[in-house]
Design a binder for this molecule. Structure first.
Ligand code: WTA
Length: 630
């Protein structure tokens, strides 16, 4: 992709007229001149029970602190403050089940009742400030209640995507020392039940810290309930203890809100820690500006709450803005590939935020599935998770957006908590470029030695300014936090991505530079896939790499050294695929395999993935001088 011959989409006049940020150049310049003043302005639109002493405390950088001395709670701003205005009667959440005849709606008033009930139950089980609660729930309203209930009482939620296996769940429960798990009997996946409770039973067998498991009835599947440990949520909800007002605990702005495990370069997932004060300011502001949040909007973010996108822009961001969030339990192609468009039409969605992989999947079914629906309510479209190729961008724009809707591409990470590179609707858009650093941020593209590269040259993407919703540390691992993100180039944040910048200051993200692979927008570590593979008796050693894939963005390819006497076969490949699904997650299933005699390694024993990639793609293997010659 060169920076010449780019398409530039100027936003339509009616979009600019309606936009909160009309003169984006002025806002950008003002925020650049004094980022802290910019963030203080944004923060003052929210409620704080005690104001901050300092906007940014960088005295112990890279352990930055925001709004120090302030007291607040994200639930005060996401729920409570809406109860004293007409917003209390507004829909906070519209939920539609995979069986679309199942619909549940919650006004801000009734959402608050649900959150209070869940919070009362957590308190009655002895959960208190700072305790970590593991949430392993599908896309059902109770995941909102559970996250908000934890936040309300100062507990720290750790949401695990409800597609991870028992091993992965157990590792994360142990690492966080959770005493309580909130789950459901099962979840609906394309008409079949995925047995969540059974997976929790298996996980908890190896996780002795867990004292209680709260089970939401969702699929009505039969499950085994331990008489001491397991409790049906609907039964707890009938107890007197669940009733009544539950105050929102006022916390220090820097008190932890959640941890979220994500993949890094080693097999051990990283627990990213976010806090109440800065995170609420960052997610509130970025959603408001980039998606031009207005009271009349109906916002649909298709992400699962198990990922950061679901945390920031399905649960917290919309509620902080007093918007109506829409959540769908199902998948985009079940029962037919027009289910999303049917829902957009029926519920009058105005802003629709999804991932390139879903767009590419739906694109392949043809335009008719889209165009038979009236999508005229749509005003803005959004994309996240991986670079969006211009072809998918144009299809999304033309067919879904009817050529009217700007596409807000948003580049960010679990670590950043909020958008970092994107556009606001009044800015021109370039298909394939995420846009510009958010207001108050500066990005740069560096070479290995830390010098800024010329326009159009690929290099390491870094962020220069701290921002309110940045992770504060890696939970229980501050050294790894410092070393992974702040050591390569002191003073700037290393994103792990490579990118180019063009002459207009637009950033073109290319992909990861580390051992993280984005597969269908899901973030996976090669080391996690490898350790799942080597736990199979037929496998001695394995190396996983990402290869370009038309729909998924990247597909996982594995080079596997087999145990003595084991012969490669289709059955074996299928067996290995299922083994990865069972020990890690179905989202991590390898696409393809090869079975070499040995893996290419450097003399110090590091696997040379570059060579594996070249071999798998049938390309020249390049410089082999560092290859061990044994
Ligand atoms: C990639 C997801 C290009 C990137 C919010 C990043 C993107 C990683 C984009 C973080 C985008 C995310 N364009 N690449 N708009 N958004 N990425 O933690 O490689 O699941 O580093 O957060 O996704 O993945 P994570």
């Amino acid at each position: 992709m060169t920076t010449d011959h780019q398409d530039v989409f100027e936003p339509p006049a009616e979009i600019v007229d309606r936009a909160r940020v009309k003169d984006w150049r002025a806002v950008e310049a003002r925020a650049a001149a004094d980022p802290q003043a910019y963030w203080a302005d944004q923060a003052s639109e929210l409620e704080w029970s005690k104001p901050w002493d300092k906007v940014l405390d960088d005295s112990a950088a890279p352990f930055y602190k925001w709004f120090t001395g302030a007291r607040t709670n994200i639930v005060t701003n996401a729920v409570d403050r809406h109860l004293s205005s007409a917003t209390r009667n507004k829909l906070a959440l519209i939920w539609v089940g995979e069986d679309t005849s199942k619909v549940r709606t919650f006004s801000y008033f009734s959402l608050n009742r649900e959150v209070e009930q869940m919070a009362n139950i957590l308190l009655s089980m002895g959960v208190g400030k700072g305790d970590v609660v593991t949430i392993y729930l599908p896309r059902i309203p109770e995941i909102f209640f559970a996250m908000l209930a934890c936040a309300k009482i100062g507990a720290v939620h750790s949401v695990i995507f409800a597609g991870y296996s028992a091993d992965a769940l157990s590792t994360r429960i142990d690492d966080s020392e959770s005493k309580l798990v909130i789950t459901a009997d099962g979840s609906w996946v394309n008409g079949k039940v995925f047995p969540l409770k059974k997976i929790v039973d298996d996980a908890v067998r190896y996780s002795p810290s867990v004292e209680n498991v709260v089970v939401v009835r969702n699929t009505g599947t039969e499950v085994t309930m331990d008489t001491v440990r397991d409790h049906w949520y609907h039964e707890l909800a009938r107890l007197p203890i669940a009733k009544g007002h539950c105050p929102t605990v006022q916390l220090d702005a820097e008190d932890p809100l959640f941890i979220l495990y994500t993949s890094g370069s080693t097999g051990k997932p990283k627990a990213i820690l976010h806090t109440h004060g800065g995170y609420q300011v960052g997610t509130y502001t970025t959603l408001k500006d980039s998606f031009d949040m207005k009271p009349e909007d109906r916002w649909w973010c298709t992400a699962d709450p198990g990922w950061i996108t679901g945390h920031s822009y399905l649960v917290y961001g919309p509620l902080l803005n007093g918007a109506t969030a829409f959540m769908f339990e199902g998948n985009p192609t079940y029962p037919y590939p027009d289910i999303w468009w049917q829902l957009v039409e029926h519920y009058g969605i105005t802003s629709f935020y999804t991932a390139p992989t879903a767009i590419r999947t739906l694109m392949r079914f043809g335009d008719a599935w889209v165009t038979k629906h009236d999508l005229s309510t749509l005003r803005l479209l959004g994309s996240v998770g991986e670079p969006i190729n211009p072809e998918a961008w144009r299809w999304f724009h033309r067919v879904v957006g009817g050529g009217r809707c700007p596409i807000i591409d948003t580049w960010w990470q679990t670590e950043t908590g909020m958008f970092q590179i994107t556009t606001v609707p009044s800015m021109p858009q370039k298909p394939g470029s995420a846009g510009r650093p958010v207001f108050g941020q500066q990005a740069a593209i560096l070479d290995e030695a830390g010098h800024e590269v010329p326009v159009g040259t690929e290099g390491f993407l870094v962020l220069k300014n701290p921002w309110p919703a940045m992770m504060r540390t890696l939970f229980k691992d501050p050294d790894r936090y410092r070393q992974a993100y702040w050591e390569k180039y002191p003073g700037v944040y290393l994103t792990g991505d490579s990118a180019r910048i063009d002459e207009d200051g637009y950033i073109w993200v290319i992909g990861r530079t580390d051992d993280v692979i984005k597969v269908s927008g899901h973030r996976l570590g090669t080391a996690e896939v490898e350790s799942a593979l080597v736990s199979h008796p037929a496998v001695v050693e394995a190396a996983a790499i990402g290869l370009p894939h038309e729909v998924k963005g990247n597909a996982i390819h594995c080079s596997v050294i087999l145990a003595n006497g084991v012969q490669p076969s289709r059955e074996l490949e299928e067996d290995l695929r299922n083994h990865v699904a069972e020990t890690l997650s179905p989202i991590a299933k390898p696409d393809s395999f090869d079975f070499p005699e040995k893996l290419p390694k450097t003399r110090s024993g590091k696997i040379m993935r570059r060579i594996l990639r070249a071999r798998a793609l049938g390309q020249d293997e390049g410089d082999l001088s560092t290859l061990e010659n044994s």
